[in-house]
Ligand binder design. Structure first.
Ligand code: F6R
Length: 249
């Protein structure tokens, strides 16, 4: 695992974009795995800005997302489908038909998980963007999710629902269930960048590196991946010691 320490959100966006751009330069039809949440917003802002200024094209790119709430349709202001359109897809030249996200409104959620897993198995990701939950979740793989999990229905923890309550009428309005890409599918990406900011993430980052690999911190699964770059600020890195670091180029 490599680490890149950044000073602020702007630098986080630029550093993460550097990784995306390298992949795109080598392969304009790359498959990118996207995350939602507040942490990757500076990256998406940078991608939009770069698209406007430099015209980096996403016409041949395929996008797959990590997760979606059950019961929110793609138009709902809290759905991750809408989040991606509003924060990125509507502002670059990616083709809507080249984007995919689990459908939290599917009649048969198990069948939707099977569809998504099947799609992922034939759509290997060149790069996967991740955030991390305060409890160490990646995607919505909450503590004790198995490492060999594929796309599945998850019951969100009280902590995750509380952390994600902004934007909802009240914490009780946050959906109880979500569909998420499984840990084995996250690990199948060739390259992973994990973004983390703020003191709230410091324990999860520490556990990702140091906790026993017993699934209580799902992010420990990333230790076995050959190409992970963690891009984080001083606050998120505050529980790490410098000798634990391999700086990213
Ligand atoms: C979102 C996702 C989650 C978030 C995590 C951190 O698609 O998969 O794992 O990355 O909950 O969220 P923020 O960035 O809002 O702190």
């Amino acid at each position: 695992m490599k680490f890149a320490l950044v000073k602020n959100n702007k630098e986080l966006g630029e550093r993460a974009f550097f990784e995306i751009k390298q992949v795109l330069d080598a392969k304009p039809d790359a498959v990118i795995g996207f995350a939602t949440g507040s942490t990757p917003l500076p990256l998406y802002a940078k991608m939009v800005d770069d698209y406007k200024k430099n015209g980096t094209s996403y016409k041949a790119v395929r996008a797959v997302n990590l997760d979606e709430y059950v019961g929110l349709d793609a138009k709902d202001k809290n759905s991750y489908a809408r989040f991606m359109r509003e924060n990125l897809f509507d502002h670059i030249d990616i083709l809507p038909e080249n984007t995919d996200i689990p459908n939290g409104m599917a009649q048969d959620l198990e069948a939707e998980c099977a569809r998504y897993s099947e799609m992922l198995s034939v759509t290997p990701r060149d790069i996967q963007i991740l955030g991390i939950g305060a409890n160490g979740h990646i995607g919505f793989n909450e503590p004790y999710t198995k490492k060999d999990s594929t796309t599945h229905i998850v019951s969100l923890t009280a902590r995750t629902r509380a952390d994600n309550a902004a934007g909802f009428k009240n914490p009780a309005a946050v959906p109880i269930y979500a569909l998420t890409m499984g840990i084995s599918e996250i690990l199948a990406a060739k390259k992973i960048i994990l973004l983390a900011t703020g003191e709230k993430k410091a324990q999860a980052i520490y556990d990702m590196l140091r906790a026993r690999e017993d699934l209580s911190c799902p992010a420990t699964a990333l230790r076995g991946h050959p190409d992970v770059t963690v891009i984080l600020d001083k606050e998120a890195a505050s529980l790490l010691k410098f000798d634990e670091w391999t700086p990213a180029e």
